[in-house]
Design a protein around this ligand. Structure first.
Ligand code: ADP
Ligand code: MG
Length: 250
């Protein structure tokens, strides 16, 4: 066996896949540039780190379960009142995640709440945080089946361990008392340990009605609002605006 093949086998036994992938190119480049042994060693170690970082990002992205990809780059702030580009940029140092604070986005349908929550989650992932996205009704389903379905238990476990949980669309579907209780329990578990982004079309005042229990809602809001960045968005639905514009152009 050649030296090169033996080296590849060793790298494979040590699970250093990042180093083995472009090893030949790296060796050729090093020989051409007459690189020092130390610089060569450093460059292939960096290659391994980069490979692992990319792999982790890919895994975290898949584990986030974003329903669609949305980015801050194509969010048109001029159409959305109640939040500025600067305020969103202020969140991008992710001290809100480090400090286990929450971000709440309120407003009518089509205003960009889901878009902003996914885009923030995506940026958080890029910065190395773990993120989980769940629509409120899926979260409730998971909580109800956690004892009988392994996939639900696995997902809830991931949610509890993630740095940031995005709960989208609180308020669209009413929930019963038992479900509200499950919801309260998970929020209590996450409180001051993880960070949550919540989107809702219902202001706090209607939450008690939605959750069916005033005392529990007060306790729930107490936890959610304790460390929270609150944005009340308003404006015309982006979809309707686009629809009107396209009709005018025809
Ligand atoms: P909401 O969650 O508030 O109901 P969405 O985030 O689902 O609204 O937005 C509806 C659609 O319009 C999505 O495709 C979203 O990307 C787009 N959208 C909403 N607001 C904006 C905006 N200000 N700039 C760019 N796209 C937007
Ligand atoms: Mg939405």
């Amino acid at each position: 066996m050649t030296n090169y093949k033996e080296t590849l086998n060793i790298l494979s036994a040590l699970k250093l896949k990042g180093m083995s992938e472009k090893l030949e190119d790296k060796i050729n480049a090093a020989e051409k540039r007459k690189m020092s042994y130390l610089s060569f060693l450093k460059s292939i170690l960096e290659m391994e780190i980069e490979y692992r970082t990319q792999k982790r990002l890919k895994r975290n992205f898949a584990g986030a379960h974003f329903p669609v990809e949305k980015h801050l780059g194509n969010f048109e702030f001029k159409y959305c009142k109640g939040i500025t580009k600067r305020e969103i940029q202020g969140l991008l140092d992710f001290s809100f995640i480090d400090n286990h604070e929450n971000v709440l986005l309120f407003g009518p349908p089509g205003i960009g709440k889901t878009h902003l929550s996914i885009a923030l989650g995506y940026e958080a992932l890029q910065s190395g945080y773990t993120v989980c996205f769940e629509k409120m009704n899926s979260l409730i389903k998971l909580l109800k089946t956690v004892d009988i379905q392994r996939t639900s238990a696995f997902r809830i476990n991931r949610i509890l361990k993630s740095d940031l949980l995005i709960i989208d669309e609180i308020g669209y579907t009413p929930i019963d008392k038992k479900e509200a209780n499950y919801f309260f329990n998970i929020i209590s578990e996450l409180y001051e340990r993880n960070s949550i982004i919540i989107t809702s079309n219902k202001p706090f005042e209607s939450w008690a009605e939605m959750l069916g229990d005033e005392i529990m809602t007060t306790a729930l809001l107490d936890r959610i609002l304790h460390h929270a960045h609150i944005f009340s968005l308003s404006g015309e639905s982006y979809r309707i605006r686009k629809f009107k514009k396209s009709k005018k152009e025809v």
